[in-house]
Every structure is written in structure tokens, then in C-alpha cells.
Design a protein around this ligand. Structure first.
Ligand code: UD1
Length: 337
């Protein structure tokens, strides 16, 4: 079996990727310290793939513990590095914590990869690196902007570090995946998003409000220069996103090192906040109280992907639409009750 190390493999995107790796014949080895995820994700993965995935409860910043994982489980065919903090607002309050964790864990990982002669890595990046693009849909050659948050900067720093490594080290094979807005849940409703505390992201807030856990959704601004005044994003089903990681790994297997490339992962379709709200109500028939509030600091007006490069090079494209993603997110929320 071809082993793949998945850091943050108990998280939202990580857990779905573990499932897709197993389906593609890989043996995922999960490293996660569960600080922002739950054991429940591991049970959910087991329910879907029919066995327990190998799991090490380890902090990716702990070089010694990570060395042990490499010694015990290696050799790996590649690494998929998800483990990171991801709350934009929190990153503004606690920048040091964000840089230390998000950049620090990648440094630990790269040192270990070098020691163990492992060059293949797929990295979780974000469309946040584009800021507000001048041209939409945005493609990978658009210039990076100054990120609007320390979180965004950690993604830019990690991308640059990986590009620099691929430049300096002839054994490196790097894929940077820039996610747009991942939503939804596995159709089995065995795994999904598990936000701790009050969700920052739109769809978990919608499903929690519909479930009666929150009083009302606030739509952050309806005075943007968009058809209905609310912000536009590219919402992508997490299962589609997970499958792109498998394609990226398979593609790396066909490339001569050194290689480093970057791909947008989105549907190519922009949806406004109000469209998402209406699609949710229409699709589920559930009441969703909402009000219009002020803009949220740091939000860009509109961003959606030109994902044609991922289609042409990786042979990947998103297949599931917004309605399907919202239905799956809601089924998962209902399972959580
Ligand atoms: C943000 C980050 C992105 C990061 C992602 C990870 C920015 C600009 N974007 O995405 O880089 O990868 O989080 O979590 O930093 N909304 C409401 N009401 C709510 C919540 C959200 O109206 O209660 C709106 C927002 O204004 C936005 C849209 O819904 O227009 C999506 O918001 P969210 O789910 O938080 O994602 P992003 O801000 O796009």
C-alpha cells in the first residue's frame, strides 16, 4: 500500500481527503493533535472506509514526535499538509500564534522530509492570496495581494517557502492548492464540518441557525457593487475538493522533480450570500431567520475561480453544485443533533 501522511487529517477538508485517498487505494496516515477537530471525525472515516485509519495524536510542531511518526510509519509516497489555524478574525488578535503554528509546522515537516528523502508535498493554500482580484474569474497568474489578515499572510509565506525549497532542492515536488470556499459534507453524513464555538463561516452559521442553535444569521453587507449587493464567493463541495488532492498526488507521481505548481480549486461559479441563503431555504424547506448587517472588516467584494488549469493539468473539476453542497451540509447538521 502506498502510504500518504495527512497532517490535520481529522479536520474538515483533511477527513474528506482521507476518505478519498482510501478509495483511490492509498493508505492514509493521519497526524492530528485534535486541538481544532474531534475524535468523532476518525469514527466517521472508519464508518465510510470500513476500517480505522492509522492515527497519531501529535502536534505537527513537535519535531521529535513527528520524527517518530516518520520512523514508525515511513516511507511515505507523499505528504498532504492541512494542519493549520484558519480563523481570520482570531489571526488578527493572535498573529504570533498563527505564524508560529502555520509556518512553524511546515518548517518542521520540510526538515523531516529532507532527512527522510521525501520530496512530494501537497499544500493547503487559499484564494485569500489574491485579495480582491482585478479580473474575475481569477486565474493562478493573478498577482498576489497584501493579505488582509495574518492568516492570509501565513498562507503566502508558506507558499513562498515551498517555492523557494523547490528552487533550491532538486528532489522537491510541490503542489499548492488554492481553495475557494469549501462547504458541504460527505453524502453519508458520517463526516462534516465541526466548528468549535460560534462559526465564522457562512454555511456552518446557516445550518446552525436553521437548527435553532443560533437566533439569526447576519448578512454582512448588502451595499456591495454586486447584482443583489451581497458578497460573491465560489462555494465548492468538500468532496470535490478532497478528490483534487488525490489527483494532485497522482500528478506529482508523473512529474520529474524538481517541480512546483499552483492550482485554483473552485467551481468557477460565483454565488452571492443572499443567493446561498435563498438556495438553502428553497432546498431544505427550513426557515432561516436573517437580517442585513454592516460589512465585515477585511471581506472582499467578489471572488470566484478560473479553475481551468486544474482541469487541463490535473484532470480534475468540480462536479457537485451549490444545492447539493447545502443539502449535504444540512444532513450533516441534522445528524449532529
Ligand atoms: C475566509 C477567508 C479565507 C479563508 C476562509 C477560511 C478572507 C477574505 N477570506 O473566507 O481566506 O480561507 O475564511 O475559513 O479572509 N458571511 C455573512 N454572514 C456570516 C458569515 C459570513 O454574511 O455570518 C458572508 C461573508 O461576508 C462572505 C461570505 O459570507 O461574503 C463567506 O464568508 P466566510 O464563510 O467567512 O468565508 P470567506 O470570508 O470568503
Amino acid at each position: 500500500m502506498r502510504k500518504v501522511l495527512v497532517t490535520g487529517g481529522a479536520g474538515f477538508i483533511g477527513s474528506h481527503t482521507v476518505v478519498e485517498l482510501a478509495a483511490a487505494g492509498y493508505e492514509p496516515v493521519i497526524v492530528d493533535d485534535l486541538r481544532n477537530s474531534k475524535e468523532r471525525a476518525l469514527d466517521g472515516i472508519a464508518a465510510i472506509i470500513g476500517r480505522r485509519a492509522t492515527f497519531h495524536r501529535v502536534d505537527c510542531n513537535d519535531g521529535e514526535a513527528m520524527e517518530q511518526v516518520f520512523a514508525e510509519e515511513g516511507p511515505f509516497e507523499g505528504v498532504i499538509h492541512f494542519a493549520a489555524y484558519k480563523a481570520v478574525g482570531e489571526s488578527v488578535q493572535q498573529p504570533l500564534m498563527y505564524y508560529a503554528n502555520n509556518v512553524g509546522s511546515l518548517i518542521v515537516l520540510l526538515r523531516l522530509m529532507r532527512r527522510h528523502k521525501l520530496g512530494r508535498i501537497v499544500f493547503s493554500s487559499s484564494c485569500t492570496v489574491y485579495g480582491q482580484p482585478e479580473v474575475l474569474p481569477v486565474n493562478e497568474s493573478a498577482p498576489d495581494r497584501l493579505a488582509s489578515s495574518p492568516y492570509g499572510f501565513t498562507k503566502m509565506v508558506c507558499e513562498q517557502l515551498l517555492r523557494d525549497m523547490a528552487h533550491a532542492d532538486p528532489t522537491m515536488a510541490v503542489v499548492l492548492l488554492r481553495y475557494f470556499n469549501p462547504i458541504g459534507a460527505h453524502p453519508s453524513a458520517a463526516i462534516g464540518e465541526l466548528p468549535l464555538g460560534v462559526p465564522n463561516n457562512l454555511v456552518p452559521f446557516i445550518t446552525q441557525t436553521a437548527a435553532g442553535l443560533r437566533k439569526s444569521l447576519t448578512v454582512f453587507g448588502d451595499d456591495y457593487d454586486t447584482p443583489d449587493g451581497s458578497c460573491i464567493r465560489d462555494y465548492i463541495h468538500v468532496v470535490d475538493l478532497a478528490q483534487a488532492h488525490v489527483k494532485a498526488l497522482q500528478w506529482l507521481g508523473t512529474q520529474e522533480a524538481p517541480v512546483s505548481d499552483v492550482f485554483n480549486l473552485g467551481t468557477g461559479r460565483g454565488s452571492s450570500v443572499l443567493e446561498v441563503v435563498k438556495a438553502f431555504i428553497a432546498g431544505t424547506g427550513v426557515d432561516l431567520p436573517y437580517t442585513i448587517g454592516p460589512r465585515r472588516a477585511g471581506d472582499v467584494e467578489a471572488v470566484y475561480a478560473d479553475a481551468s488549469k486544474a482541469r487541463e493539468v490535473l484532470g480534475w473539476e468540480a462536479k457537485l453544485d451549490l444545492h447539493r453542497a447545502l443539502a449535504d451540509a444540512w444532513r450533516w447538521q441534522e445528524r449532529l443533533k
